[in-house]
Design a protein around this ligand. Structure first.
Ligand SMILES: [Zn+2]
Length: 126
């Protein structure tokens, strides 16, 4: 269980909004200081509509020693950024794209690139 207070923007809302970005996706940052960089989505905070992306928006956190981390000190970790500041990267188009959805033959919903209509794989379920 994560301690509250620290980056606990993922707070109570009756229904967490659906999010096209999923854990494991490759996304490109389109705004902010990391604009133009891309990385893998580490986690999705659906309620806050934020994502944390590998090597993006890295912040330094000063920690006191505890059970997990006996040393303490300065820890670098990714801070969440808003989903509107990232776009899903299409491997076929080789650029960030908008995402649509398509119903497959078996009834499952899949995400597709709006440019090339290629399926965007979902590496992990969140
Ligand atoms: Zn595409």
């Amino acid at each position: 269980m994560r301690r509250s207070g620290w980056l606990s923007a993922n707070r109570a809302l009756p229904e967490p909004p659906k999010c096209v970005v999923r854990k494991g996706d490759t996304v490109v940052v389109i705004a902010g200081k990391d604009r133009g960089k891309s990385g893998k989505v580490l986690s999705v905070l659906r309620r806050a509509r934020k994502v944390t992306v590998e090597k993006i928006n890295v912040i330094k956190r000063h920690t006191k020693p505890n059970q997990q981390n006996r040393q303490g000190g300065i820890l670098e970790r990714e801070a969440p950024i808003h989903v509107s500041n990232v776009m899903i990267y299409c491997a076929t188009c080789q650029k960030p794209v908008r995402v649509g959805s398509k119903t497959m033959a078996d009834g499952a919903r899949a995400r597709v690139c709006k440019k090339c209509q290629q399926l965007i794989e979902s590496p992990e379920r969140t």
